[in-house]
Design a protein around this ligand. Structure first.
Ligand code: NAP
Length: 250
């Protein structure tokens, strides 16, 4: 038996969820609110975010910000701490793609997903780490991608950002574990959101054919795993990457 007690969601402290305005992040926000967590939602679209916070009810507040801006991230974390007190969890979910063939990729195109996906994840982790270490409690969940494990033609920039998140997760798990702060990654496969909505039908069908569970994932499939990683049941898991892809990359 572990002698480390994890409090109930309502008493645990707030969970910050980035990219909460739609897709996987919204599903995570809905699921965590239902589980009883106080939430701090982050994304750039201020109106959508505050509308969602209102709809969710409970103890949920919106903090509109661009996660690729270090000063903005520090400001968000300071405000969350002021509004809620202890920060229990951080779900680094916000992300973007800027696809293109590698041989034609411009430095700007290369940089864009790194700025948002990798830097944004680092900025939030860096801003909460010392608070969690001091509290001797914290759970960080970083949303990577199966593309960070396998690579993908046309997504060298995105793949590098998502592989970077996995290496960052393992390193931080090693550094923060001694202070009871767990840090894990989730690698979704093909999830039905705006990010994947524009894929041509033939590519969608080809991907579907590779999925043993014979369906695309839904935001809630990822949200359930995030909830698990924040829960007492996952207290002894750190530095891992949980693949949520219906078996696609087996
Ligand atoms: P999505 O529907 O495009 O949503 C992306 C979210 O990130 C939105 O809430 C967006 O809000 C926010 N965001 C983007 N850039 C931001 C920035 N600079 N600052 C703050 N917020 C920002 O994407 P999704 O499919 O839900 O994906 C969520 C995460 O899962 C991403 O990290 C993605 O890489 C990963 N993932 C998705 C899939 C998939 O198949 N969908 C597969 C593997 C991994 P605003 O536009 O309002 O800022």
């Amino acid at each position: 038996m572990s002698d480390v007690q994890t409090p109930s969601p309502a008493d645990s402290g707030v969970v910050i969820v980035t990219g909460a305005s739609r897709g996987i992040g919204k599903a995570v926000a809905q699921r965590l609110t239902a589980a009883g967590y106080p939430l701090a939602l982050v994304a750039r679209s201020a109106d959508t975010l505050s509308g969602l916070a209102e709809d969710l009810g409970g103890n949920v507040k919106a903090y509109p910000a661009d996660i690729s801006d270090w000063d903005a991230v520090q400001q968000v974390v300071a405000s969350v701490q002021e509004d809620f007190g202890a920060i229990y969890g951080l779900v680094n979910n916000a992300g973007m793609t800027r696809d293109g063939l590698f041989v034609r990729m411009t430095p700007e195109q290369w940089q864009a997903p790194l700025d948002v996906n990798l830097n944004g994840t680092f900025f939030f982790m860096r801003a909460v780490a010392s608070l969690m270490m001091r509290a001797r409690q914290g759970r960080i969940v970083n949303i990577s991608s199966v593309i960070g494990l396998t690579g993908n033609s046309g997504q060298a920039n995105y793949a590098a950002s998502k592989a970077g998140i996995i290496a960052l997760t393992k390193s931080v798990a090693k550094e923060l574990g001694g202070r009871n702060v767990n840090c894990n990654a989730v690698a979704p496969g093909f999830i039905n959101t705006e990010m994947t909505a524009d894929l041509p039908a033939n590519i969608r069908d080809a991907m579907l054919a590779q999925i043993p569970l014979k369906r695309l994932g839904e935001g809630n499939d990822v949200a359930g795993v995030v909830e698990f990683l924040l829960s007492p049941a996952a207290a002894y898991i750190t530095g891992q990457t949980l693949v949520v892809d219906g078996g696609m990359i087996l």
